[in-house]
Design a binder for this molecule. Structure first.
Ligand code: PMP
Length: 445
């Protein structure tokens, strides 16, 4: 299979790092790990504080749940006995009362699709953020050279994790309704014809307000994907890794049932959730709901890694759920993000619509707007547009970072804009500056 190397951010080793790394024999894995491109972008943002960064996918700083956390802390520390329990190591799978609540919340949200879940408390594992779950799952399922199918574009941090494990990410076509089941089927057919079907271990699908493409997987596709994964599990099970990181950040329309809820047998879907977007990323608590045969193998991996995620934070989140503080917080932040999203879309309408061949999707939730630029306008960090945007005073994430290593080719004329961090005014200003940069290059062309 042809593979396109994923672009990495430019970096220079300073004299200091040279001294430190000199004569150090790194592992092959460390040698081959590309720096996370976001590190370079963050460096840009930090070294030039006047820049309007529409790059980082951080959540809104002003609405982080300080009061709710103060209250949860007081409650966790209220009795000495409970406090000591929270301050001790926990179990590898995580704090059982929290796991129970996570399962109940998911089953409850999915009730219209699946009233009785095949999952039990044992199916839930708490991790240090859902990135850890994604990593553990990939480590548990994949050997070097194995394949995970991903939408093109998709979440670039996960692509980096796969690359670090020498797992091949294989890009599948997407449209406004997310990953296209017929394209998944076609990719499986082609891989089968090449004798590579036994290497396909999973299909990775951010199912709500995708990062970066902002799409939500169409409801009928959820059922279809489960059916396709089962039908193609001839050599070994092909799992669907459902990444539901943004499910709670919905600003318009109705919630849709998870892909998990179409897995009535509980044998196909691995569901990843997190409090990073709905509550506070600093708490770094995520979780997985998994098919039974994966639980012990995953716990074995996790046992070797950390034998349990931070117990205190799990106890905090348990109280946050118990006291209804999460739902209160979600209500509050939804209104703020809706305003920010609106500011971004209105500014795009005003400043980008007049430029021919610039497109974006109507967004219903999440933190991102995915812009497609005129076909030949490349947006990478070495391209004129990136520098023109920096000169104007605005930073974005080049879309080319978000393409899997194989399959659908990299499209270089796309941009991910985040609206979580900046105020509506700065979002408007940032989009206007970006439009100036695009227009300037169009005029030059
Ligand atoms: N999945 C997606 C699609 C994300 O965008 C993120 C955060 N950027 C995560 C998972 C994981 O976040 P965390 O590890 O903080 O739970």
């Amino acid at each position: 299979m042809p593979s396109h190397s994923r672009p990495s951010a430019p970096h220079k080793a300073s004299d200091e790092t040279m001294m430190i790394t000199d004569n150090v024999q790194l592992s092959r894995r460390a040698e081959s790990a590309g720096g996370n491109p976001i590190g370079y972008l963050m460096h840009q943002a930090l070294s030039r504080p006047e820049l309007i960064s529409l790059a980082a996918g951080f959540v809104c700083q002003e609405t982080l749940p300080v009061e709710a956390m103060r209250k949860a802390n007081q409650l966790v520390l209220a009795s000495d006995q409970q406090a000591r329990q929270a301050l001790q190591y926990g179990t590898t799978a995580g704090f059982a009362p929290l796991r129970q609540k996570l399962l109940e919340r998911t089953v409850d949200a999915d009730r219209q699709s699946l009233a009785v879940s095949p999952h039990t408390l044992d199916s839930v594992i708490v991790t240090a953020g859902s990135n850890q779950l994604l990593h553990l799952v990939s480590e548990t399922l994949c050997d070097p050279g194995d394949i995970v199918l991903c939408g093109a574009p998709t979440y670039f941090v996960y692509l980096g994790a796969l690359e670090g494990l020498s797992v091949r990410s294989h890009g599948v076509a997407t449209d406004d309704g997310g990953i296209i089941p017929e394209a998944v089927e076609l990719a499986l057919e082609q891989l089968d014809a090449a004798g590579e079907l036994p290497r396909v271990k999973a299909i990775y699908v951010p199912s709500y307000y995708d990062n970066p493409a902002s799409t939500t997987l169409a409801i009928h596709r959820r059922e279809q994907l489960v059916e396709i994964a089962r039908r193609w599990s001839r050599h070994g099970r092909i799992f669907i890794i459902e990444d539901a990181a943004y499910r709670e950040l919905r600003y318009y329309g109705e919630d849709v049932p998870s892909i998990l809820s179409f897995d009535d047998r509980g044998d196909t879907v691995i569901h990843a959730g997190t409090f990073s977007k709905s509550f506070a990323p600093g708490v770094r608590i995520g979780w997985g709901i998994l098919p039974k045969p994966l639980i012990q193998p995953l716990l074995n991996q996790k046992g070797n890694l950390d034998f349990g995620s931070p117990n205190y934070n799990q106890c905090l989140m348990n109280v946050v759920l118990e006291e209804g503080l999460l739902d209160e917080h979600i209500e509050k932040i939804r209104a703020g993000y809706r305003d920010k999203l609106q500011a971004m879309l209105e500014a795009a309408q005003e400043h980008l619509t007049p430029i021919a061949d610039v497109h974006w999707l109507d967004v219903e939730g999440g933190l991102y707007v995915w812009l497609k630029l005129p076909r030949h306008m490349e947006a990478g960090v070495d391209e004129p547009l990136f520098h023109a945007a920096l000169d104007q005073g605005v930073l974005y994430v080049p879309g080319e970072f978000c393409y899997p290593a194989e399959g659908v080719p990299v499209e270089k004329n796309s941009i991910r804009l985040s609206f979580g961090v900046q105020t509506p005014d700065r979002i408007r200003q940032g989009v206007r500056l970006l439009a100036n940069a695009v227009r300037g290059l169009r005029l030059e062309a």
